[in-house]
Design a binder for this molecule. Sequence first.
Ligand SMILES: Cc1ncc(COP(=O)(O)O)c(C=O)c1O
Length: 441
Amino acid sequence: MNVLRRRLLSPFALTRPPPVASGMPLMENAGANHWTEAPLQISIKGILAQMLETLDEADRSRLISLGIGDPTAYSAFRTPHASEDAIEEALRSRKFNGYAPTVGLPQSRRAVAEHLSRNLPYKITPDDVFLTSGCTQAIDVTFMILSRPGANVLIPRPGFPMYELVASIRQVELRHYNLLPERGWEVDLESIKALADENTVALVIINPGNPCGNVYNYQHLKEIAETARDLKNLVVADEVYGHLVFRDTPFVPMGTFASIVPVLTLGSMSKRWLIPGWRLGWFVTTDPSGKFRSLEVMHRLKKYFDLLGGLPTFVQAAVPRIIKETDEAFFKKTVDILRESLDICFSGICDIPCLSCPQKPEGSMTMMAKLDLSMLEDISDDIDFCFKLAKEEAVIILPGIAVGLKDWLRITFAADPSSVAEALRRLKSFCQRHSKPDQQG
Ligand SMILES: Cc1ncc(COP(=O)(O)O)c(C=O)c1O
């Protein structure tokens, strides 16, 4: 725990950007090389692994983890048989044992292009789609293509720590703009304008959002697009939770506004199809005006994919059938269970005096709850809270500092409703036990 605390509490180290020789202008903003501050990295998986280490055998057998967004650990979340059949068919056909084009099989790129085009005012072509190893690799591809001496990228706080990790490896400077809890975790457009300079190359949004569960409406997304255009940036839209929305605001893909500003859309089948382990993801240039898709950029992308080597061919080959045969009933069932788990989680949090949630999530699989430490007597911060909770109640929750907000908690509700209910019961009894005497009811 001390190691973790030290790493989390001193997250900045000076690093030197690489002597990049092949920097090239992507849009108009280009800049000079300089020293940057890059965070010393720790991943969500790393923190959760450290918490697990503190548990003994007995605790592990009753463990409930609301720490990571992998619903497949729970029996309520199963991918349809059609997906399994598609993989089996592709494998047994013996047609897909060889190398595929490293950017993806043409039929699989076409299937993803058609799937994404259904929600856009124009058609994405197969050439716009690059298959990646999950959305994680799509993030890496994004930073590879954006990296150049002095470049900076704007990302949300709170956010998804993978961006910090990739940016530090790529030595791209990150600047954090705020999400506004009191406004449904909307993007603070003023903070974006204040942070951006001539070296800013892109603005990242995560919608539906991890960790806040935000779902941005049409108007807000349009304002984001216009702000990015005015700043001469492109927008990187992480839509790994696309379509996982439970309340009134529909999911609008950022690519809807690609006529205003070029958009790089990052996504995967991990969450919506409940197959995070199959590593089927995509990096998509949603750029009908072709401002971003210069020959040089496309050439560099293809070269990088040659280096990556591509996804297993038979897994890619299953994509068209998975997309074609997964019916709406399956998606609806997933969303219904997530909504039920969220309702339990949200009302459970509202019932615990030292926790509050500024807004009920509208989508994704995660939410943020604020800790009122003044009501607790022997908890020093969010890390202390989460480690003690793990040890005493065998419930794992992520300390908010891991996603950029100290003394908050990030809770994943992608679990069986009954497990969420039990975790919230234990969380409540933990908080009662640690409450100051004058706070106990
Ligand atoms: C916001 C966000 N982006 C990207 C990813 C990575 O997705 P994948 O599992 O498809 O690599 C995740 C995973 O949780 C995520 O929450």
